[in-house]
Design a binder for this molecule. Structure first.
Ligand code: MG
Length: 210
């Protein structure tokens, strides 16, 4: 079995909220980015247990690119106890808080992507303030709350270089399918004139910076 197929199989098994078809689309879009631009700098906001980091990381490895995988690893609002996406197996017994970092680390180690996928642990906006590289690929898949989604939009989308690719997850045009903020920031990207639609799969949107 090819290295690529092994990684796609592994990604499918990792805990997360990305359907297989969207994960594959994410991977394919990233491969195209890599084919057109070797040694790129890529970043994802929202790492969770490393699922999308493997879908993207496989493509990053093929193009000698680097993927920064950013998360505070304490879960978003919707992941906390009592909410829809709560998973008690992710609670750290030492302090009773959600902690996805060990799971993320294990996923990246299993995938043997430790030289390609680099973890950034901390609040998105704080990291962004000190991150001065322009991005060839940005994937926004962080918190879905109004404040955090817009904070990610303001902090990170200006860092996508002209011609670079922006991906946003959980974009639901119809409010009955999911929360509004990812859709709102997607609309803001288009309405700003700084991005154009590239392609879409399920709730995944790909845009190009112009
Ligand atoms: Mg998501």
């Amino acid at each position: 079995m090819s290295r690529r197929q092994q990684l796609l199989d592994l990604a499918r098994e990792v805990k997360g909220f990305m359907p297989d078809n969207e994960g594959l689309a994410l991977h394919e879009i990233a491969r195209t980015v890599g084919e057109n631009n070797l040694s790129g700098t890529w970043l994802e906001v929202g790492a969770w247990c490393g699922k999308s980091a493997i879908y993207l990381g496989s493509a990053a490895e093929e193009s000698q690119s680097v993927l920064y995988s950013l998360d505070h690893h304490r879960g978003s609002e919707e992941n906390q106890a009592g909410w829809e996406h709560f998973d008690e197996t992710l609670i750290d017994a030492a302090d009773g808080r959600l902690n996805t970092l060990p799971h993320w680390q294990r996923s990246i180690a299993q995938a043997e992507l430790e030289s390609t996928v680099l973890g950034l642990v901390g609040p998105s906006v704080v990291v962004a303030q000190h991150f001065n590289q322009s991005l060839d690929l940005l994937f926004i898949d962080g918190g879905h709350g109004h404040e955090v989604a817009w904070a990610d939009y303001h902090a990170w989308t200006p860092k996508v270089r002209s011609g670079g690719t922006l991906l946003i997850h959980d974009v639901f045009e119809n409010p009955s399918d999911g929360g509004r903020p990812p859709y709102e920031i997607y609309r803001a990207c288009i309405d700003s004139g700084n991005f154009v639609d590239l392609t879409a799969e399920g709730s995944l949107r790909a845009l190009r910076a112009v």
